[in-house]
Write a new protein. Structure first.
Length: 268
């Protein structure tokens, strides 16, 4: 069956729709709670999750490297869940973590701004002005998160397969639309190929984590490509020691069948 990713605006009513879709299909729901449940297995603390989850970077060099490391750990959790199949990924840039994976149904849940403000004020029993501020801040943070980490406009409808406006469509209809869409043959016909690609993405993510966590490597921006479990490193590093550290990190990741070194040493 298809992998579902659902992006939502705060106050759009996405949470009950997500829960009902997961229940209707018997899918494993990958959301904030699910990530927190396994966070310690990935060296993620509650403090780290609060600092980085669906937020843009701090733009402080040392802090941002740690943020990048923890962000990659969250993304590894999502990718490993996606590999199992029959999952619904709620937020966390799920669709952007699975590029060119044709078995992904990308859903967006929206509602007009003032409607979302009213809903949030009623739900949380707070002043409408405070609700307006919170909804606006949430929109800005999530848009900034997607733009920085994935270079994509969060609210571009062309990035989604199905966009649902909850002021025009009931929860019941929204759930039916999503569950029916998962049966589309175009999402299912190449599922086995997609599983291989997701496995390559997991290997790539593990190498990215090792690179960020390796104090021997100063330049963290060289390229890591993985195809059929074979890794190609390209771009530049500052020294032979960094080059060897990058190769070592890649070779030590489980599942890697070979490493091609196309790194160049650039002395500044």
């Amino acid at each position: 069956m298809a992998i579902i990713t659902i992006s939502r605006q705060m106050g759009s009513g996405g949470i009950p729709i997500v829960q009902q879709v997961a229940e209707a299909l018997g899918y494993n729901l990958v959301d904030g709670d699910a990530i927190r449940d396994v966070a310690s297995d990935y060296d993620l603390t509650d403090e780290a999750l609060q600092q980085i989850d669906e937020k843009p970077p701090a733009f402080v060099e040392n802090l941002d490297r740690q943020i990048e490391l923890n962000m990659n750990r969250i993304q590894l959790i999502v990718l490993e869940q996606a590999l199992t199949g029959n999952v619904l990924i709620y937020g966390r840039g799920g669709q952007d973590l699975l590029p060119e994976i044709t078995s992904v149904l990308r859903v967006r849940v929206i509602a007009p701004f003032e409607e979302r403000v009213e809903r949030w004020a009623e739900r949380e029993w707070i002043d409408p002005d405070l609700a307006r501020s919170l909804v606006r801040k949430s929109d800005q943070q999530r848009a900034g998160f997607i733009k920085y980490y994935f270079d994509r406009e969060w609210d571009n409808p062309l990035e989604y397969d199905l966009v649902i406006n909850t002021t025009r469509v009931s929860n019941e209809t929204a759930v039916k639309l999503i569950t029916e869409a998962t049966k589309d043959p175009s999402l299912l016909e190449k599922a086995h190929i997609c599983k291989t690609k997701i496995n390559d993405l997991i290997i790539q993510k593990k190498i990215q984590i090792a690179r960020l966590d390796d104090e021997r490597i100063e330049d963290i921006w060289f390229n890591i490509d993985v195809v059929d479990c074979h890794v190609t490193l390209s771009g530049h590093v500052y020294s032979e020691a960094e080059r060897q550290a990058a190769i070592d990190d890649a070779q030590q990741v489980e599942g890697v069948l070979g490493v091609t070194d196309n790194l160049k040493i650039v002395n500044y």
